[in-house]
Design a protein around this ligand. Structure first.
Ligand code: ADP
Ligand code: MG
Length: 329
């Protein structure tokens, strides 16, 4: 079978009929996309997925298409933004049509769910360095709309705020431990956890509903404590987390305490929202969550101590070895 050209590949797998999108004056096909926005702030984010670093070489391409966009939509959610469009840059060792068909189907299923239009990108061959299969790199840049001045940020937490998190934590980290052969799970648990790792659902509706109610927000991509650390640092505050209150995935609850802590406090890839709000906003937070069909839990509070502390039921400090994920440490 003759190999697909770069332009055939784009036309076949990534060009779709022009979408009705108020932001896009011109989409795929020219040197630049032309975007036009009035009376709106644009939230812009980029995320890179590298084979071997972010996903296993045999990863299901449909799930990869989903996840590559989901992690970007999760950043938009943390800003309280409404997804609008995205750009896709791909480096591929070969034009594998089965892979492309599955990847683009997974990608567009999520894009359509959130009304997010592919507006451009770049496609290039990744080098096949002697003796290796070469590796896939996927880079997505996504843009979302926010009413002027209303984007949520990491830097707006105030000492005394409540600390909240959406959903349940730890399932993705547990699935990763399972794939690494570190833990065995019952088939039903394995399936639930793998779905959380491979097909995270960005909390877009919740992020939007929290605008004007929450102070600071971040999505949990590197682990609860690592991401809480980003809020604390940017806001110049500290935090106390009540371990007993941290919502844990059902599959995690039968694991030893040390693994529960590692997965729920330091495990990454959950893509829940971690946010702060004044105690006076509790009822409004609960009603925002109901509107967004999300579950939220109060897990601690922000302090002036410039330190992150996890305490048990009796208020005793829990010491933790690992705080979260960092690519270079
Ligand atoms: P240029 O050489 O000007 O960078 P390209 O030839 O790389 O443009 O791309 C041609 C058109 O196809 C551009 O509009 C670009 O945005 C789009 N494009 C290329 N790769 C992708 C992709 N993976 N997904 C979506 N659009 C793409
Ligand atoms: Mg050009």
């Amino acid at each position: 079978m003759p190999s697909l050209s770069e332009f055939d590949l784009i036309a076949r797998y990534f060009s779709r009929p022009a979408a009705d999108n108020a932001l896009i004056r011109q989409g795929i096909g020219d040197d630049c996309a032309i975007l036009s926005a009035r009376d709106v702030d644009l939230a812009v984010t980029t995320d890179l997925l590298v084979e071997g670093t972010h996903f296993f070489p045999n990863a299901d391409p449909h799930a990869l298409g989903h996840k590559a966009l989901a992690v970007n939509l999760s950043d938009l959610a943390a800003a309280g933004a409404t997804p609008a469009c995205f750009f896709l840059a791909l480096a591929l060792p070969r034009a594998d049509e089965a892979w492309l068909a599955s990847f683009s189907t997974g990608l567009f299923a999520l894009a359509d769910e959130f009304g997010c239009t592919l507006a451009g990108g770049d496609t290039t061959r990744a080098p096949n360095i002697a003796g290796t299969a070469g590796s896939i790199t996927i880079c997505i840049t996504a843009l979302g709309r926010v009413p002027p001045g209303q984007a949520l940020s990491r830097g707006a937490a105030v000492s005394g705020d409540d600390l909240w998190v959406s959903g349940e934590l730890g399932a993705a980290a547990l699935a990763l431990a399972m794939r690494r052969g570190e833990v065995e799970l019952a088939p039903a648990d394995a399936q639930v956890c793998a779905a959380r790792l491979d097909r995270p659902l960005p909390r877009v509706a919740l992020g939007q509903a929290l605008r004007g109610v929450a102070h600071a927000a971040i999505d949990v991509s590197d682990g609860l404590l690592a991401d809480l650390g980003h809020i604390a640092e940017r806001s110049g505050v500290g935090a106390t987390v009540h371990w007993d209150s941290v919502p844990r995935a059902a599959a995690l609850q039968s694991q030893p305490e040390a693994r529960q802590r590692a997965c729920a406090l330091a495990g990454g890839d959950d893509y829940e929202l971690l946010f702060t709000a004044p105690a006076s906003a509790r009822a409004r937070i609960e009603s925002a969550a109901r509107r967004a069909r999300a579950h939220v839990t109060r897990i601690g509070s922000l302090t002036s101590a410039r330190d992150l502390v996890v305490v048990d039921r009796g208020g005793e400090r829990i010491e933790l070895r690992q705080r979260g994920f960092d690519h270079f440490t």
